[in-house]
Design a protein. Structure first.
Length: 369
């Protein structure tokens, strides 16, 4: 899958951009705050119908403007496709594929797969479990629409159950009406996550070793869940926890409490790893995510590398560039503040590239081959 052309109007600090991209490597050079990451966020928005930053749509419209619009032309499986999205505060967001508007935005997820590697990825290690569950969910949802549907349904039912707990509802039949379908979704989601971790872990280990070089430490990723095959049925867990949950006002069992364990040489990563080891860990996770999506969707996702080379030694940087420049990866977008750094990357890469200078939301083509 290749992003051929992008048009942006009034997205964050980008007043207008009209860009044709290289089919392989695209480098964005500029100081912090100039708009490099905002362009990557626009690409993320086109794939996920929301901002990578988590900002609401109203905050994405450029200051003092009345609307924002993003339009892209892709080569997808040899067919040219156009995606267009627009938002005006106070109105419903528009999202169209081939000129036809989606009835549900969830139908779009996975059609244009994308992997973004960003400084915020450190939160996968140091942040809350919610971020790690989101990491799992975004990967599986791009390859399994039924998973996304089950997750949306479960979260809606969970919200209803929590409200009933806070309202001190005592009618057992009302709880049963929610907990039985929740249990079915738990089984599907938990099984999908378990299958995913089995496929993901060996690929992740391979990428970590490839980036770190010889003598790399042993790393691991594991799935932590309150539900395992052979355990008590999820409904019975809900029933047993109901009295306790009534007192606390929230649901204490279910896949919304799942997490990932992350280790280095059998020790918790967040306690023992250096900054370079931690960054290598999360980059390896993202590259393994890329492999999973490529295999499960049959498409090469876009790979977005947002200012990722800080705190990495030159050897690791070269290994990352060498890995991603290979045939296993498709189109790549890289941001950096250092021209020498990007020149070094491109000099070691035999692939096609384009380099843009970014200044206050303006994009100027500097060089290409």
């Amino acid at each position: 899958m290749i992003l051929q052309h992008l048009t942006i109007d009034n997205f964050k600090n980008i007043a207008h951009a009209d860009i044709d991209f290289s089919s392989k490597m695209n480098c964005l050079l500029g100081n912090n705050g100039m708009g490099k990451s905002n362009l990557l966020d626009a690409l993320f928005y086109l794939s996920f119908c929301k901002s990578f930053s988590g900002l609401p749509d109203t905050r994405l419209v450029r200051r003092n403007e009345q609307f924002m619009m993003i339009k892209a032309i892709y080569d997808r499986r040899g067919v040219t496709e156009e995606i267009q999205t627009g938002f005006t505060p106070g109105r419903r967001k528009s999202f169209k594929r081939k000129g036809k508007e989606y009835k549900r935005l969830s139908e779009h997820i996975g059609a244009f797969p994308l992997v973004m590697v960003a400084p915020q990825d450190i939160d996968l290690v140091n942040g809350l479990s919610e971020g790690r569950r989101g990491f799992i969910d975004r990967i599986i949802s791009q390859s399994d629409p039924n998973y996304l549907a089950a997750l949306i349904r479960f979260n809606g039912l969970l919200e209803q159950r929590n409200k009933m707990l806070r309202d001190k509802v005592s009618d057992t039949t009302l709880f049963e009406a929610i907990e039985f379908p929740m249990s079915a979704d738990i089984k599907y989601i938990s099984n999908a996550r378990r299958q995913w971790i089995e496929l993901f872990t060996p690929v992740f280990n391979r990428y970590y070793a490839a980036i770190s070089g010889e003598g790399a430490e042993e790393v691991g990723v594991g799935y932590l869940t309150t539900f395992n095959p052979g355990d008590t049925d999820p409904y019975e867990q809900f029933e047993a926890a109901r009295r306790h949950d009534m007192m606390s006002g929230h649901t204490s069992v279910g896949i919304h409490r799942d997490d990932l364990s992350m280790t280095i040489d059998t020790m918790p990563l967040r306690r023992t790893a250096s900054q370079g080891q931690t960054k290598t860990f999360v980059i390896a996770m993202r590259l393994a995510q890329y492999d999973f999506l490529r295999e499960s969707t049959g498409l090469k996702p876009l790979l977005l590398l947002d200012d990722i080379f800080d705190k990495l030694d030159s050897d690791r940087v070269e290994r990352i560039v060498s890995l991603t420049a290979g045939d296993n990866f498709g189109q790549i977008f890289i941001t950096d503040t250092n021209r020498d750094h990007l020149d070094s990357i491109m000099s070691h890469s035999p692939t096609r590239y384009s380099l843009w200078h970014v200044d206050n939301g303006n994009f100027t083509l500097s060089s290409s081959n």
